[in-house]
Design a protein around this ligand. Structure first.
Ligand code: PTJ
Length: 252
């Protein structure tokens, strides 16, 4: 469908088109459309902008990734369809390995995600030859690469389900996530939850990485001051304030 860029909801409609195309190509799983709808609803409540707590979390996540011995960014179908270029740029900026790691796993989908990321400029993308397992996750969604997620000390898992985030935490990793739902299990258990749209977050991670690189003192301060629970509370307060304002609007 041709969407005029004058349309007031152009970005949102384009994201939907990208996901529908992704389903047709076999990159995105149909459940991904449902997940996106949930994300959209929260984005609507937030105001479809990167709010202050999200920016703080983006800064902390960039700090963690820069500090990591072996940082990995996990990519699923939705992320590959929505922002492959931006994800590859973010990975380059923080020096992270990229691994295609999906919930609804088929060889063919992993291959498509890897292909999309390579077209976007990634030199290497892991995930096609899994030789390890995320401890405590049943086959096949626990499959991962030994020199990728398995041995990572810091993992960014955008649009994640709670089980895998919990299992990664159980393996002693620092878990960073991007999730527009501040109430999800993933959001609650991660070390840094970025409540922002993945499409806004990836460019922001790349920006913060180039800003923070080499500034150890600032990274130390950011990491010691960041409190995920407090950050999520700020997100909920932001949503509550917006709803309270709407409540006072007259519909007569
Ligand atoms: O490609 P696969 O097989 O790995 O499957 C991917 C999905 C997304 C289907 C799978 O991981 C899944 O079912 O995820 P969940 O449990 O629905 O969680 C996805 C979370 O991401 C939800 O809390 C959504 O609110 C959130 N979300 C959806 N779209 C976005 C988002 N967060 C940030 N940016 C978005 N664009």
């Amino acid at each position: 469908m041709k969407i005029p860029n004058s349309h007031p909801r152009y970005d949102s409609l384009m994201a939907r088109e990208a996901l529908v195309e992704g389903v047709k190509e076999g990159l995105v799983v149909r459940q991904g459309l449902i997940a996106h709808g949930r994300g959209e609803a929260f984005d609507y409540l937030i105001g479809e902008v990167s709010i202050e707590p999200a920016v703080e979390a983006e800064c902390a996540a960039a700090g963690h990734l820069l500090r990591a011995r072996h940082p990995v960014i996990s990519v699923n179908g939705n992320v590959a369809a929505l922002c492959a270029n931006e994800t590859v740029e973010a990975a380059k900026a923080v020096g992270a390995t990229i691994e295609a790691n999906i919930f609804h796993r088929t060889e063919q989908r992993v291959r498509k995600i890897v292909g999309r990321l390579k077209n976007a400029g990634a030199k290497e993308v892991l995930g096609l030859d899994p030789d390890a397992r995320i401890e405590g996750l049943d086959h096949p969604r626990g499959l991962c690469a030994k020199n990728g997620i398995y041995s990572a000390d810091v993992v960014l898992v955008p649009l994640e389900d709670g089980d895998r985030a919990q299992a990664l935490k159980g393996m002693g990793k620092v878990v960073l996530t991007i999730d527009l739902n501040p109430l999800s299990r993933t959001s609650r258990i991660s070390d840094v939850t970025i409540v922002d749209n993945v499409t806004r977050c990836m460019p922001s991670l790349a920006r913060f990485a180039s800003e923070l690189r080499g500034d150890d003192e600032r990274i130390d301060r950011i990491l010691s001051e960041f409190d995920n629970k407090k950050n999520l509370t700020e997100v909920l307060k932001h949503i509550a304030r917006r709803l309270a304002k709407l409540e006072s609007v007259s519909f007569d």
